[in-house]
Design a protein around this ligand. Structure first.
Ligand code: 4AD
Ligand code: MG
Length: 467
C-alpha cells in the first residue's frame, strides 16, 4: 500500500495531464465495458464527482480483472492523467494496471446504480456513506464542525470537555437516560416492596447521560471568560419526528460579562459565519443539494449569511401568530411553548428569514434563565430558521444568588444538588450568557435534508439503535 499522502481524487480531478504513473485507490461506482475500451468511474470519498478511468484493452490485456470489477468493489488503478475528451471533467486516468482488492458481487451488494429511497438507505446505514448524498452530507458535516472550532478559536474561546455522565438534570426537563451498573434482572426478581439502594450503584447515586454541558461550561466561563463545548448530548424524549434524535451533538458557548444582546449578536454572527464558510468550501456538495434535495438552497443560505437576523419578543411572536389567518393544530395564546408549526410560520412567513425570539414566559423555560423585572418572563432566546424552526436555544443566566435559589425552590428542585452551581453566584458572580446549537439541526438546515436521521452517520432515536 502507498503512503497516506497518496493522491486523492479531489486533487487529481484538478491536476494537469502528466506522464507520471500514479496509483489510485478507490471504489468503483460504474463500469462501461465494450470491445476495445473499458470506462469506469472511481470514487474515494474526497469529492462528490469521481475520476473517470479508461483501459485501452488492445494495449493492456486486463479482461480478467475487468470482469471481476463490479459496482462497489475496491481497486488499485495504476495509470497517468490524460486530457479528457468528454465534457464535465478536465482529466481522466489512462489505466495500465488494475488490481481488484475487494469484490462486490452484484447479486448481493445492495447499492446498485439506481436511486434508493432514504428509508431504504437508513436500513443499510453502514453502507450509505458510499452514495453521493451521504458522501456529500458527511463532507458538509465535517467542514461545519471544523468551522465551529475555527469560529471560537479565532475569538479566544477555550474548548472545554464537559462530562457525558452527570448527576444533575441541566435542563430540569426530565427526558434523561439513566446510567447504572445495577443488575436489572435482580431488581425485577426482588421481593415486592424492596427499596432501590443506590449505594450499590456505580456512582453511589442516580446518574444520567448529559442533556447539556451548559452548567459545567458556566463554571469555566466564570473562570476563563469564554468557553465552548462541542459534544454528544442525550435526550430520552419520546418524539418520533424529523428533528429529534435521542443522541445528538451540541455546541454550547458560554461567555462571562455578556448580556442577552451580546448573546444574540454572538449567535447570529456564528450562524452567518458557518453558512459563509460552507458555501465557500463545499461548493460542489452544496450545488448537489441545490439540484437534488432543496432547489434554491444555495441562494437562500447566501442571503442569510449576509443579512442581519430579525429580533422579536415572544410577545410580538404571539401577537403575530394570533393575527395570522392560519389555523394552527396547536392553539395560540400567551404562555404556550412555540410548536414547530408556529416557529415555521414566524420564520417562513412573518419574517421570511431567520428570527431571534426573546423573553419567553418563565414557566416554559429552564430554572437558570435570568428573570426579567416583569415577574413573568425570562431573558431567553431561540433562533428560528426557515424550513426547520428552532436551531438554537439559549439565554442570559440568572447571576443573582437569592433569585436563583428562590427559583430552584419554587420548581421543587433540590438545592443541595445545585450547591456547586450556586457557588458560581456566591463567588465572583458575573452577568453571563450562552446558547446551544443542535449540530444535526444545523446540518439539516444547510443541506436541505428532510430528516435529521439522515445527517448523522448512525442515528439513535426512539425504538432505533441499529449499527
Ligand atoms: O433548547 P435546548 O434544550 O437548550 C439547552 O440545552 C441549553 N442548555 C443550551 C444552552 O443554553 N447552553 O437545546 C439546544 C438546541 C436546540 O435549539 C436544538 O437545536 C437542539 O439543541 N436539540 C436537539 N437536536 C436534535 N434532537 C433533539 N432531541 C434535540 N433537542 C434539542
Ligand atoms: Mg430549546
Amino acid at each position: 500500500m502507498d503512503h497516506i499522502d497518496r493522491p486523492r481524487i479531489a486533487q487529481l480531478r484538478e491536476a494537469d495531464p502528466s506522464p507520471e504513473l500514479i496509483d489510485v485507490y478507490a471504489w468503483v461506482r460504474t463500469k462501461r465495458d465494450s470491445k476495445a475500451v473499458c470506462f469506469f468511474e472511481l470514487n474515494d470519498g474526497s469529492s462528490l464527482k469521481g475520476l473517470q478511468a479508461i483501459i485501452d484493452k488492445e494495449q493492456y490485456p486486463l479482461q480478467e480483472a475487468i470482469d471481476r470489477m463490479q459496482t462497489g468493489c475496491s481497486v488499485r488503478v495504476r495509470g497517468h492523467l490524460v486530457e479528457s475528451p468528454g465534457k464535465g471533467q478536465k482529466v481522466e486516468l489512462a489505466c495500465s494496471d488494475l488490481e481488484i482488492i475487494g469484490e462486490a458481487p452484484a447479486d448481493s451488494y445492495p447499492l446498485q446504480k439506481k436511486r434508493h429511497s432514504f428509508e431504504f438507505l437508513r436500513e443499510i446505514a453502514h453502507l450509505r456513506g458510499r452514495t453521493n448524498t451521504f458522501g456529500a452530507v458527511m463532507r458538509v458535516r465535517n467542514r461545519l464542525s471544523w468551522a465551529v472550532h475555527r469560529f471560537f478559536q479565532e475569538r479566544g474561546f477555550l474548548y472545554i470537555h464537559t462530562p457525558i455522565i452527570t448527576a444533575s438534570d441541566a435542563e430540569g426537563a426530565g427526558a434523561l437516560f439513566q446510567v447504572t451498573t445495577l443488575d436489572m434482572q435482580r431488581l425485577v426478581n426482588a421481593a415486592p416492596g424492596t427499596e432501590l439502594n443506590y449505594q450499590h450503584d456505580f456512582f453511589g447515586k442516580p446518574a444520567f447521560l448529559t442533556v447539556s454541558g451548559q452548567l459545567n461550561a458556566e463554571a469555566y466561563a466564570t473562570a476563563l471568560d469564554r468557553v465552548y463545548t462541542f459534544g454528544p448530548t442525550f435526550r430520552a424524549e419520546n418524539s418520533n419526528t424529523t428533528r429529534h434524535l435521542a443522541e445528538f451533538w451540541m455546541i454550547e458557548p458560554e461567555v462571562a460579562f455578556c448580556d442577552l444582546e451580546c448573546n444574540i449578536a454572538l449567535a447570529s454572527e456564528f450562524v452567518r459565519f458557518l453558512l459563509a464558510d460552507i458555501l465557500e468550501h463545499c461548493s460542489e456538495d452544496m450545488a448537489f443539494f441545490d439540484q437534488r434535495i432543496e432547489p434554491g438552497i444555495v441562494e437562500d443560505l447566501r442571503r442569510v449569511a449576509e443579512s442581519e437576523f430579525r429580533h422579536i419578543s415572544y410577545d410580538e411572536a404571539i401577537r403575530a401568530l394570533e393575527a395570522s389567518d392560519r389555523t394552527f393544530e396547536y392553539p395560540v395564546s400567551w404562555g404556550i411553548d412555540l410548536q414547530t408549526e408556529h416557529e415555521r410560520y414566524l420564520t417562513d412567513e412573518y419574517v421570511g428569514g431567520p428570527v431571534v425570539v426573546t423573553d419567553y414566559p418563565r414557566d416554559i423555560k429552564a430554572f437558570y434563565m435570568k428573570q426579567n423585572d416583569d415577574g413573568r418572563t425570562v431573558r431567553a432566546m431561540d433562533v428560528l430558521v426557515p424550513r426547520l424552526g428552532e436551531i438554537i436555544g439559549g439565554s442570559q443566566r440568572e447571576d443573582d444568588l437569592a433569585t436563583l435559589e428562590r427559583r430552584i425552590d419554587e420548581l421543587g428542585l433540590e438545592r443541595d444538588a445545585y450547591s456547586w452551581y450556586l457557588d458560581l453566584r456566591r463567588f465572583g458572580s458575573v452577568p453571563h450568557s450562552g446558547f446551544g446549537l443542535g449540530f444535526e439541526r444545523l446540518v439539516r438546515y444547510v443541506t436541505g435534508m428532510q430528516n435529521i436521521r439522515d445527517v448523522i452517520p448512525f442515528p439513535r432515536a426512539v425504538g432505533s439503535a441499529e449499527f
